[in-house]
Design a protein around this ligand. Sequence first.
Ligand code: PLP
Length: 415
Amino acid sequence: MKKVRVIDPEIADALSSELKRQQNNLELIASENFVSEEILEVQGSVLTNKYAEGYPGKRYYGGCQFVDIAETLAIERAKSLFNAEGANVQPHSGTQANLEVYFSVLKPGDTILSMSLDHGGHLSHGSPASLVEKLFRIISYGVKKDTETIDYDLLYELAMKEKPKLIIAGASSYSRIIDFPKFSEIAKASSSLLLTDMAHIAGLVATGLHPSPVPYSDFVTTTTHKTLRGPRGGIIFFKKAYEKKINKSVFPGSQGGPLMHVIAAKAVALKLASEEKFKEYQNQIIKNAKTLAESLKQLDFRIVSGGTDNHLMLVDLRSKNMTGMVAESLLESVGITVNKNVIPYDPLPPDKASGLRLGTPALTTRGMKEREMKEIAQIIDEAIKNMNNNSELEKVKYRVRELSSNFSLYPEISY
Ligand code: PLP
């Protein structure tokens, strides 16, 4: 029996139920993934015990010689994988990484030009719900109504008019290639700094399957737990000139002791991401996303912008007379996990939303390919068509269980 079960059966039950949920359900949340067992092992290691304020070789605590090895490896691997001049691997999350960039070069009241949340941006880019909006002046760009792709003309116009101190490229629910040279050109024209938040597409960038923002941006932030398939956390990449400012902004600016067990797990993830196998995996993520989008289109679902170039898509449910909120809970009831999402120019508020965001990284990790994506599109269609027919929904649920059971996940883990 696991030790945690002996001392805390309630938590052991929660772990066990969550494991079963991950094993039995079809995980289509675009920002989630399943880490390898090696990463679980490192995250659960003795490194969690160590205080290591500071940076390798310059710590405020003794006994840091071994965590220094882990952090140095993580930094060097991050720089090498993304061809970056510098990297800070300590941010506890993607949001934290973004805030740390802001605090390194902006003063309260400075202007940030970023993608609006309802067109695909992230909360931490300046949504009214976030602290960022209270500290800085936020101007937003978005996507064009007809193509639903980034409106670079509007971006240019706003940049020249507002002269923001910082422009942010990158998004949470945008399915098309982002033109980083164009962002850089616009940032130069308006004398703005450029931050690219590549949280969603980092795995694709690492393998050359999405153009890299690194040569074009002053700063690049990422989470490590999405397409990159590492532990939950963030990384900041920077041009050498910003090294001191970024490192000071992270520690002591806005964080205390780094999470050394997570940093070591980031190092492992970065090593895995440099292997040829990882490129095949990322390639399959894209093939799966394209197949899922095309299969849904054949079933009369509208895909925002007409399709996808990356790992995710936004499905417009208006032709199905269903809100994202209802679809999310309907699909949950048959074992498919998704999140509701506003679509650009959505007539509905975010808690209802007209769309669903679907992504393929997690199911691709489980080994699913195009054939399964076609089946999943049919299953989603069946569930939506039979929303009020319990016996049909039971059949859909069975199909989900059957499909899922062919792709094992963490077979050796139990709590
Ligand atoms: N940046 C982008 C583009 C994201 O999509 C997300 C999370 O979904 C984040 C930042 C925030 O990451 P975290 O949840 O680790 O704070």
